[in-house]
Design a protein around this ligand. Structure first.
Ligand SMILES: C[S@@+](CC[C@H](N)C(=O)[O-])C[C@H]1O[C@@H](n2cnc3c(N)ncnc32)[C@H](O)[C@@H]1O
Length: 285
């Protein structure tokens, strides 16, 4: 896919957003739910876990922490198309007692990277993948029979808590006005809907997983409160900027989103906005 890194995109990373406590908590819930499925397995054999789309490693570190807690041996592999994100993920693992290996690639590359995997994560990234069905097929192909696939997203049909849509509309509108005023030479591109905006319903996710070799699929919806500061930090992430303000240079887009988020919050009298996370745990047949 068109994930093209440059020196410019490297300046707009996901790390600040991923450091917010609510983000750790929502991901930790998924990690713990997934790892609970391992309790029936013999503790003697090391377990292979893949963190697909690991990015800067927020979830990789959670997996490592939980496994260290359980005192289990683990072979942990983080995979992501972004070399810059992997460098940061690698750095973030320094000093942890569980080690991880990081490999550059996307879901299509997985079968040539690993096999006989006990558990695979795909956190906060599936909405960025144009062909989710084939990504699930790849995930199924690397898992052992009975292996666990854990996936979550806050970009799906159902993620907006009732009454909060107006916040997102106003945020975008204020960002566009800010750009028009401060950078009249900058224009939004009129491309078709960005990939990040092609949202599936939970039912569509379940159906796709059932068609790609998973027999048990559990979904939960988890509500979280996201502060304006956290939204600002998400507005500094290049993939989010490209989705929200397509065609706008990243630096201008980030400034627009930063100014506009506080403006929208003030106009609506909000300091935080609720959002629902979709958490999915599927078992390979
Ligand atoms: C928002 S970050 C999530 C990182 C981490 N998994 C987490 O939950 O904090 C999204 C990641 O998806 C990766 N990504 C984008 N497109 C992808 C694709 N088609 N296949 C796999 N990963 C992709 C990006 O490089 C980025 O690191």
């Amino acid at each position: 896919m068109g994930l093209t890194e440059t020196e410019e995109t490297n300046k707009f990373t996901f790390e600040a957003f991923a450091a917010h406590p609510f983000y750790t908590e929502v991901n930790r819930t998924l990690v713990q739910q997934a790892l609970a499925h391992l309790s029936s397995r013999s503790a003697e054999n090391p377990i292979t876990i893949v963190d697909m789309a690991c990015g800067t490693g927020a979830v990789t570190r959670l997996i490592a922490e939980e496994m260290a807690h359980q005192g289990r041996q683990i072979h942990l592999i983080g995979v992501d198309p972004s070399a810059e994100a992997l460098r940061r993920a690698q750095k973030g693992m320094e000093g942890m007692c569980v080690k991880a290996e990081f490999i550059q690639g996307d879901a299509d590359d997985l079968p040539s990277i690993v096999h006989n995997v006990d558990m695979a994560f795909f956190c906060n990234a599936i909405h960025l993948v144009p062909d989710k069905h084939s990504a699930f097929q790849r995930m199924a192909s690397i898992l052992v029979s009975g292996g666990i696939f854990a996936c979550n997203s806050a970009f799906y049909e159902g993620t907006y808590v009732l009454g909060t849509e107006r916040f997102y509309r106003l945020w975008t509108r204020r960002a566009v006005s800010w750009l028009r005023k401060e950078h009249p030479d900058v224009h939004l591109s009129r491309e078709t809907k960005a990939v990040a905006m092609q949202w599936l319903t939970p039912e569509e996710y379940v159906a796709s997983l059932k068609e790609t070799g998973f027999n048990q699929v559990e979904t939960t919806n988890q509500d979280v409160l996201i502060s304006l500061d956290a939204w600002r930090d998400l507005g500094q992430y290049w993939l989010f900027i490209e989705g929200a303000l397509p065609g706008v240079p990243l630096a201008q887009g980030a400034s627009a989103l930063e100014n506009a988020v506080y403006q929208a919050g003030q106009e609506l009298g909000l300091t935080e906005v609720a959002r629902t996370w979709l958490q999915i745990i599927a078992t390979k047949a």
